[in-house]
Ligand binder design. Structure first.
Ligand SMILES: [Zn+2]
Length: 127
């Protein structure tokens, strides 16, 4: 297991979508800055996902792009995590899809970085 995000919830799971809806309503009802909401939203989502995933048949069965063992899996995994975070964080920004795109790009870049490091690491071990 790699470090970082440990949950694998299905973004299309009705419970996941219901949670995102509730989270959005909840945060919008509060008196706080958009900046704070953008920090809190992904953290709340992770907290929900870590509790929801073991109890949901659909999300348990959902393995996500990271389950694939080809070399691009880290990039796709990063992009998928970025997409989920971006979808949540985007609610609190005016440019919703721009935020989502940035998050996917950042996630993919982090995945690429992890993949490069893993490959360099395995090359060094082989020698
Ligand atoms: Zn679920």
């Amino acid at each position: 297991m790699s470090s970082g995000t440990t949950y694998h919830v299905d973004p299309r799971c009705p419970d996941v979508q219901a949670f995102i809806g509730r989270l959005k309503q909840d945060l919008n009802a509060r008196e706080m800055s958009g900046e704070l909401k953008r920090i809190i939203a992904p953290a709340k989502f992770e907290e929900f996902a870590s509790q929801h995933e073991p109890t949901c048949i659909r999300c348990k069965a959902y393995v996500g792009p990271r389950a694939s063992h080809d070399n691009r899996s880290a990039i796709w995994g990063g992009a998928a995590v970025g997409l989920i975070v971006g979808l949540v964080a985007g609610f609190f920004r005016e440019s919703y899809w721009q935020t989502v795109l940035y998050a996917v790009g950042i996630g993919a870049a982090l995945g690429l970085g992890a993949e490069v490091l893993a490959r360099v690491g395995s090359l060094l071990r082989r020698k």
